[in-house]
Design a protein around this ligand. Structure first.
Ligand SMILES: Nc1nc2c(c(=O)[nH]1)N[C@H]1C(S)=C(S)[C@@H](COP(=O)(O)O)O[C@H]1N2
Ligand SMILES: [Mo]
Length: 449
């Protein structure tokens, strides 16, 4: 395919006249990585970069969409759900999050986290394959070049920031950030998504051309002996002074793909119930539980959150506020109509589990507080003092769903203290963090605008 004349401008191209500062700079790169012949891997080239790029092009939009929807699932404009910006500029797409299908958030967040983890080797391989571009000399040849390179900084910086904060979050290292995870990961996402979209638009034709330049099947049949560098490219990916190959393209693709499969295999179990959960070796939480009704994953234990067991004893009363204030003991609650549903707990960290919960409908509690289900949202407060998840708001739609419970029992037994005894919220399709444990008070009120 004939190149457009401008496309041939490579390392030696450029706008400046001979004798100018630009041409002097170009002729005198500093030593080390800025010298074109410093990068010697015979595998680097447009085809290899494009293979990794194609995988990322397929995966990153799924991660982006599931991630953005995950923010919407928080109904962040409701009081107490202040983990993210409200419906403003970045939250323009937020909507009243549905309670149906009950498994949606579970599948979505699992896909977000596990696909993100799985793509890490591909992302690293892609960055490795273009590393000489970070050191082109001079750093910018023109204003347009400077803008393009600045956008690459946002792209690479955004990708590294999003993957790193995501991994740190699921490994529960919240405390290492000097900022709050939720807004930082969201702002970073929009910067990354914008830079990614520009990058794809600019590079797509070149990627398609590069992918056509070799056959994947052919490469997968080629061993070390047959491994030759790609033809010299104007983009400067192919080594000018290639070393002897020490691994074939097949070997490199196998290494990266194998790494991805391994990560996938060791993390997907955290979203499955049953024996396969044991395979989730990368899951930071426990994987193996006893056979008891309360033997399933605990996110934050009562002790870790400093919940005083005395407050959850026989003196505990649920405060119901609406048109009037009502106080109910656990026995009072157990005497109300009870309902049982199998519903998931699905954490933003990606892990999830389905359990069978028994409790009082939030809609019935709204009525007891003098409110009309469908016309009342609820502010939930727990016995926990001060933790980020000690309170949350549920929308009118969430309160009205007949499967939304104040759960008292799980799998036929009383809730354990770690799972929220004396009572906890369970709402279909809600993020785990809105399933508040150790509930102390429910304040029903007319819906927020
Ligand atoms: N009061 C209170 N409720 C809470 C939390 C908390 O820290 N405090 N953690 C939440 C989070 S992040 C999740 S994922 C679920 C986990 O429920 P489990 O520990 O019973 O599995 O509880 C939620 N409820
Ligand atoms: Mo969570």
């Amino acid at each position: 395919m004939p190149e457009k004349p401008g496309a041939q401008r490579g390392r030696d191209g450029g706008g400046s006249a001979p004798g100018s500062i630009g041409s002097w700079l170009r002729a005198h790169p500093p030593p080390g990585p800025f010298r074109p012949d410093f990068w010697r891997s015979p595998l680097r080239g447009p085809w290899l970069t494009s293979v990794f790029g194609l995988v990322l092009l397929a995966g990153i939009p799924i991660i982006a969409i599931t991630g953005l929807l995950s923010y919407a699932a928080y109904n962040p404009w409701l009081p107490g759900n202040d983990t993210t910006p409200e419906r403003g500029l970045l939250g323009f797409y937020f909507f009243d999050w549905p309670t149906w299908p009950a498994w949606l958030y579970r599948v979505m967040q699992g896909a977000h986290v596990i696909l993100g983890l799985t793509l890490i080797p591909v992302l690293l391989a892609k960055l490795w394959s273009v590393i000489p571009k970070l050191f082109t000399w001079p750093p910018a040849r023109s204003v347009a070049d400077a803008i393009e390179r600045a956008s690459l900084l946002l792209l690479v910086g955004g990708a590294v920031f999003e993957f790193a904060t995501g991994v740190l979050n699921i490994q529960l290292f919240y405390t290492v950030f000097p900022f709050s995870f939720y807004p930082a990961h969201l702002y970073g996402a929009w910067i990354f998504i914008a830079a990614f979209a520009v990058h794809v638009a600019v590079k797509l034709p070149r990627m398609v051309r590069a992918l056509r330049s070799r056959s994947l099947r052919g490469e997968l049949r080629t061993g070390l002996d047959g491994t030759r560098p790609e033809p010299p490219d104007p983009g400067g990916l192919v080594a000018t002074r290639p070393a002897e190959p020490s691994v074939s393209r097949r070997g490199l693709l196998g290494f990266v793909g194998g790494g991805s499969l391994l990560i996938f295999g060791l993390s997907v179990g955290q979203t499955l119930d049953g024996p396969l959960r044991r395979t989730a070796l990368l899951s930071p939480h426990g994987r193996v539980y006893g056979p008891g009704p309360n033997d399933f994953q605990v996110n934050k234990s009562a002790a870790a959150m400093g919940v005083d067991p005395a407050g959850a004893g026989p003196g505990w009363r649920l405060e119901l506020a609406g048109t009037h204030l009502t106080r109910l003991s656990r026995a009072d609650l157990l005497a109300l109509p009870l309902y049982t549903y199998a519903l998931p707990i699905a954490c933003v960290e990606g892990w999830s589990t389905q359990q069978t919960w028994t409790g009082v409908r939030l809609a019935d509690l709204a009525r007891l507080a003098g409110m009309v289900p469908g016309l009342a949202e609820v502010y939930v407060e727990s016995l926990e003092r001060g933790g980020a998840f000690s309170e949350a708001s549920l929308s009118a739609r969430q309160v009205a769903d007949p499967r939304s419970l104040l759960a008292l029992r799980v799998n036929g037994a009383d809730l354990s203290f770690d799972h929220g005894y004396p009572a906890r919220i369970i709402v279909p399709n809600a993020p785990g963090v809105h399933n508040t444990k150790w509930v102390r008070r429910l304040s029903f009120r007319p819906p927020t605008g």
